[in-house]
Ligand binder design. Sequence first.
Ligand SMILES: [Fe+2]
Length: 154
Amino acid sequence: MKAIWLDNGNNISAEELNSEGITYEQMDTNEATYKAPLEKVMKERGYVTMDQVGMKADMPNFDALCQKFVGEHLHTDDEVRFVLQGSGVFEIRSGEDRWMKVIVEQGDFILVPANRFHRFYLTDEKRIQCVRLFKDQSGWTPVYRKDLEATAAK
Ligand SMILES: [Fe+2]
């Protein structure tokens, strides 16, 4: 994991991410053993579903999928990801609405809390394989900030 403030380029530590409400941890990706710590997180935090999702450049819907997450959005459920392979970039708003850029790779566990604006895109590697945890799959629809602000302005 590497994290920086987008406005000044300064590094952000795992502790700072935690104090901004973003849970970050490094975990073992060994195929035989990676599930146990995730199941513990599920039990402790009330997640009910675990699945896997992959994105790579030769998928038929690759561009549409990338487009879906690159605009600033939130979800009404937490976004919980554990990276098994590949890498990706989460840009997440801080408590003061600054952008925190978090590059995640194999072994990184990240939890973006519900209702926190963020955006996601792949690195030049154009490939990621993640485990996802959900409390409620229906909370997993992106709600775009531009749409929320357009509604609020009416
Ligand atoms: Fe998201």
